[in-house]
Design a protein around this ligand. Structure first.
Ligand code: AKG
Length: 448
């Protein structure tokens, strides 16, 4: 046992020495700077995963923080000018050598950047992949993301509305709806409850934290903290919402009316989704219930996205360009702009219209429609003045549902062969999740 202990200790010393050499080589040799490189220089370097130790510039003390959710054991912790051995624990308590000050590392962006007036290096996008905010167009003229009044959907305007919806899905992959049947008060309440949730004390919010994507209720940050190289300026609460009774009990119990308000909202949005699915089926020339029937025991998930104000919005994204892997998304945004949609090769800002939902076609709808309808790239940008909240509802097939182009939309003789092979939604989602948010759509992997 004693021999093993000595071997272990030698091994640890060796490992620490290797890491120390790596850090020094990177700091002195590779960058031609000496080992007294300032924390600011460390923060500004990109793509060097070893330097994820962040300094809070508000204090003259070395008040160190670590990037959320990296494996702490993997991090060299550069503290008081010395590389410190680092122990792994779930939420590590760190002590600085000089001050003996103890603090928690921050798991959520909101707490990590509170009072910080720069973007930490691991949130900075490479130059070739930044939002170029001055080049973004407005939703107007030929770039207008259609606003469709659903008032007459079950009345005399039915066929006109079906045509409008079909054209929007074909030309934009996005449209906005008003007179959608979800009460205005319910919309106000759900936005307010999300705001209150993200303003709760850190310790209260963290009760819901998890980086395990298989959890049906979880608070997390960025997108996939286990795999991504650059983080996104977002915290989010993800909830499974259908069937409600299976999940409500695991939702946050604080704010006290959270479960009740959010459950009401989910049921009402589900009604809207079902009407839209019927309309979209008809617009493709299919039976009204065709799409709904393809979904098996479908899922309804919701995200409450919270984007804190960002001191340098040109350097990062709330969410980078992506398509949605699900069937259809019903997005509610508060009154702060941030959503942008790619249309004819140009990013177009879809600024909030009160009491209006934004609908977008997801990858599964593109498959079912055999490429007639488009799942379109969109992204969320952040701003320096205001926090922003958006609440997408994602409607998805059951994991074992077999998805493929509707047979009525395939015609081998008429130059309309099946564009995609059949696959299960589980297969698709695994590919989507494991590769992270990337602008290349996952759909190419499922071509026939
Ligand atoms: O915040 C937004 O406007 C977009 C959110 C989004 O695209 C998503 O959650 O997938």
């Amino acid at each position: 046992m004693a021999g093993n202990g000595r071997q272990w200790s030698n091994l640890m010393h060796l490992a620490a020495a290797v890491v120390r050499m790596k850090v020094r080589a990177a700091m002195c040799g590779k960058h031609g700077e000496n080992a007294r490189t300032t924390s600011e220089q460390l923060l500004r370097r990109q793509g060097e995963g070893d330097y994820r130790v962040l300094a809070n510039r508000k204090t003259t003390h070395p008040f160190w923080k670590i990037r959320p959710s990296v494996r702490y054991a993997d991090l060299p912790l550069y503290m008081d000018g010395e590389l410190q051995p680092q122990k792994q624990s779930k939420i590590p308590q760190l002590k600085t050598k000089k001050t003996g000050m103890s603090m928690l590392t921050k798991l959520l962006l909101t707490d990590l950047v509170s009072g910080v007036n720069y973007v930490p290096s691991n949130y900075i996008r490479p130059l070739s992949d930044r939002p170029n905010l001055t080049e973004v167009g407005k939703s107007e003229g030929s770039n207008l993301i259609p606003v469709i009044d659903l008032q007459g959907l079950s009345g005399p305007n039915h066929s006109d509305l079906i045509t409008q919806i079909g054209l929007a899905c074909q030309d934009h992959g996005f449209f906005q709806v008003k007179n959608h049947g979800v009460p205005e008060k319910m919309i106000e309440n759900v936005l307010q409850i999300a705001r209150e949730f993200f303003r709760l004390p850190e310790s209260e919010r963290l009760k819901n934290y998890s980086d395990d994507p298989s959890k049906t209720t979880r608070l997390s940050t960025s997108f996939n903290v286990k795999t991504e190289k650059v983080s996104n300026w977002r915290d989010f609460l993800r909830l499974h919402c259908y069937p409600l009774q299976n999940y409500v009990h695991e939702w946050p119990a604080n704010p006290p009316s959270f479960r009740e308000e959010v459950a009401e909202y989910c049921s009402s949005v589900r009604g809207l989704v079902l009407r839209l699915l019927g309309a979209i089926s008809e617009s493709l020339g299919l039976e009204t219930d065709y799409i709904d029937n393809q979904l098996g025991n479908h899922g309804q998930h919701m995200a409450m996205n919270y984007y804190p104000p960002c001191p340098e919005p040109e350097l990062t994204y709330g969410l980078p360009g992506h398509t949605d892997p699900n069937l259809i998304t019903i997005l509610l945004q508060d009154d702060v702009p941030g959503l942008q949609v790619l249309h004819n090769g140009k990013w177009v800002a879809v600024n909030p219209i009160p009491n209006t939902f934004i609908i977008n076609i997801g990858d599964q709808m593109q498959v079912i429609s055999n490429d007639r309808y488009k799942s379109v790239l969109h992204r969320a940008v952040v701003n320096s003045d205001k926090e922003r909240i958006s609440i997408p509802t994602f409607y998805c097939p059951s994991p074992d549902a077999l998805i493929g182009p509707a047979p009525e939309l395939i015609d081998d003789e008429d130059n309309r062969p099946a564009v995609y092979r059949k696959f299960t939604y589980q297969e698709f989602y695994d590919k989507f999740w494991n590769r992270g948010l990337a602008t290349e759509c996952c759909l190419d992997m499922f071509k026939a």
